[in-house]
Design a protein around this ligand. Structure first.
Ligand code: ZN
Length: 207
């Protein structure tokens, strides 16, 4: 079973992904794959490094070639969770040509809640775990690292990321609606509530 997730920044995609990994999904992050290619000095390392250094997107041909090779290493019946793609309608189609996508979930959350989460969000500078000022302060309860406010929680930047999301999501949403695999889930309450809805769709049982 293969799924894609999308949603506003701060809608809880990261936390939901973590929960799905615990439910046997393998996380496929194109960002991680590109960074790994640079780190291991692969064939595309210089192209990727140039794009990243200049704030550009890496060409789809490169992204999908690396993705394809990575997928070949994964056993056939693995449950996959895609992160970072698709960002465009073209990528939706290319991805579909490589692998079958069974479900597309959009995490829906009112904007005022997204801004409140941003104001309260903290990240551990050691284990990178995300938490909230509503839960803990100063030091990470897991590893003891320092908890810091995230730079991209800057409100102007968040506003821009929301506008960017809204400007790009419509065709992607329509693509998956036309495939009959699009599902909206309410991400305004908690990650467990979001997960419960996703599991309901995936028919994973009742917990
Ligand atoms: Zn930590």
């Amino acid at each position: 079973m293969n799924i894609v997730l999308f949603g506003y920044p701060n809608s809880g995609k990261g936390s939901l992904s973590q929960k799905l990994i615990e439910c046997s999904f393998v996380h496929i992050s194109t960002g991680d794959l590109l960074r790994e290619e640079v780190k291991t000095n692969g064939n595309y390392a210089h192209i990727i490094k140039y794009a990243l250094d200049n704030g550009k997107f890496v060409d789809d041909l490169v992204v999908f070639d690396i993705l394809k090779k990575h997928l070949e290493l994964i056993p056939n019946n693995t449950n996959l969770l895609f992160d970072g793609i698709p960002r465009t309608i073209k990528q939706c189609i290319t991805l579909e040509n490589i692998i079958n996508i069974d479900f597309a979930f959009e995490l829906v959350c009112p904007k005022n809640i997204i801004f409140d989460r941003a104001k309260n969000r903290l990240v551990c500078d050691k284990c990178k775990r995300t938490t909230s000022k509503l839960v803990e302060n100063d030091f990470c309860s897991v590893c003891g690292g320092k908890l810091v406010s995230r730079l991209d929680d800057n409100i102007d930047l968040l506003t821009n990321r929301i506008l960017d999301y809204e400007s790009k999501i419509e065709p992607i949403r329509n693509y998956y609606i036309s495939k009959g695999i699009y599902h909206r889930v309410d991400a305004s309450v908690s990650v467990d509530f979001t997960l419960k809805q996703v599991k309901g769709v995936l028919n994973y049982g009742n917990n």
